[in-house]
Design a protein around this ligand. Structure first.
Ligand SMILES: *Cc1c(COP(=O)(O)O)cnc(C)c1O
Length: 386
């Protein structure tokens, strides 16, 4: 039986900038779903990524991250953290173990990866990276946003910290933005590499986190030090909405996977489609890793390349009636994004190629509508480009 850890060291709840009973009820629920010892909600997924690292790193430190991660996280890691004196060393997630080992420096304090990368849809080999991180006495942090704990529980493969953008499937209905950090309680912060955990915190009654909070040192420190100071805590109302989403998460995730598999098979057989990227499909580059880490499905997100490039893709997208065109993803409603005319629209065709983005690439986030209706919508949009 999972035992909820008392998430705050204060005897009574003091102040809603870092602890609130409604938010904490949701934190306990997410910790239980992931099999963690405790969790802390944040006001966005970005805030969760940021605090998960700032809890470990300071100016002069470095960390390793897979290069195939969410674009917003790349900006945070490559530019903003750099301005704070924290270096991100990007590695190819598919690199050999020795290549990854070679990326470590004496000041490397963490490793970061995304279970199912947005939007590349590559599957991260959690066990491979956990092993190498632990050889180097540093924790592995996993962004588990797309799978959610329903499809993958990274702690079972050796990850130490999990983060989410709850804005996506966990909320599921696009009613609030949020994030969460979950602590497995498994990492040994007393291994000599992390003095901030083992030496008195002058700002918090001289507390030594590992002594006072044992296995929960990381998540308590994140709250009492960082959330206290940065204050990016969600409101009780946001947590209330998030909880509604969590109550149906196990049913929705199953249905997203079922719908997306049918859509992926339809697209794969379609003459207008050059290629389909969906790891649950046999033949996908990440199919073997998907079978291991995501045996029940690889979420509702698919990407595919339409023949005819940028202009054909635009015509196709404009012809969709059920699917809406938006940047948001992982929602109950089917939505599409065309990078070449949205996130990368300033680029010329030549620049798009240089950036590795095919003008015909479309990201399709399959929702929970009747799958026959979703496929009918795609069919009529393909007919419109003929
Ligand atoms: C959206 C997203 C984020 C950022 O989350 P926000 O809630 O938008 O701040 C981080 N990681 C992944 C995988 C995402 O899809």
């Amino acid at each position: 039986m999972w035992q909820p850890y008392s998430m705050t060291p204060t005897k009574s709840l003091i102040y809603s900038r870092f602890e609130n009973p409604t938010v904490m009820a949701v934190e306990e629920k997410i910790a239980a779903l992931e099999g963690g010892i405790g969790a802390m909600c944040t006001s966005s997924g970005q805030a969760a990524s940021l605090l998960s690292l700032l809890n470990i790193l300071k100016a002069g430190d470095s960390f390793i991250s897979a290069a195939t991660i969410y674009g917003g996280t790349i900006n945070l890691f490559a530019y903003t953290l750099k301005k704070l004196g924290i270096e991100c060393i990007f590695v190819d997630a598919d690199a050999s173990e020795d290549e990854i080992r070679a990326a470590f420096k004496p000041n490397t304090k963490a490793v970061f990866g995304e279970t199912l990368a947005n939007p590349a849809l590559s599957v991260f080999d959690i066990e491979k990276f956990a092993k190498i991180a632990h050889e180097n006495k540093v924790p592995l942090i996993i962004d588990n946003t797309f799978p959610t704990p329903i499809l993958c529980r990274p702690f079972e493969y050796g990850a130490d910290i999990v983060i989410h953008s709850t804005t996506k499937y966990m909320d599921g209905h696009a009613v609030q933005g949020g994030g969460v950090i979950v602590d497995s309680g498994n990492f040994d912060w007393t291994n000599g590499n992390f003095p901030e955990f083992t030496e008195p915190d002058e700002s918090y009654h001289g507390t030594i986190y590992t002594k006072a909070y044992g296995k929960a040192a990381y998540i308590v420190k994140a709250r009492m030090q960082l959330m206290r100071d940065f204050g990016c805590y969600p409101s009780a109302q946001s947590a209330f909405y998030l909880n509604l989403g969590l109550e149906t998460l196990h049913i929705r995730m199953k249905q997203y996977c079922e719908n997306a598999m049918k859509v992926a098979e339809y697209l794969e057989a379609n003459e207008h489609v050059e290629s389909v990227n969906y790891p649950a499909l046999a033949g996908n580059k990440y199919h073997e890793l998907a079978k291991k880490y995501l045996p029940d499905g690889t979420s509702g997100v698919i990407s595919f390349i339409i023949k005819g490039g940028r202009s054909t893709a635009v015509k196709f997208m404009d012809s969709l009636k059920l699917a809406s065109n938006e940047v948001h993803v992982a929602d109950i409603r089917t939505c599409v994004l065309h990078p070449a005319s949205a996130t990368h629209r300033q680029l010329t065709d030549e620049q798009l190629v240089a950036a590795g983005i095919n003008g015909g690439l479309i990201r399709l986030s399959v929702g929970l509508e009747n799958v026959d209706d979703i496929i009918d919508d795609l069919r009529q949009a393909f007919a419109a480009i003929d």
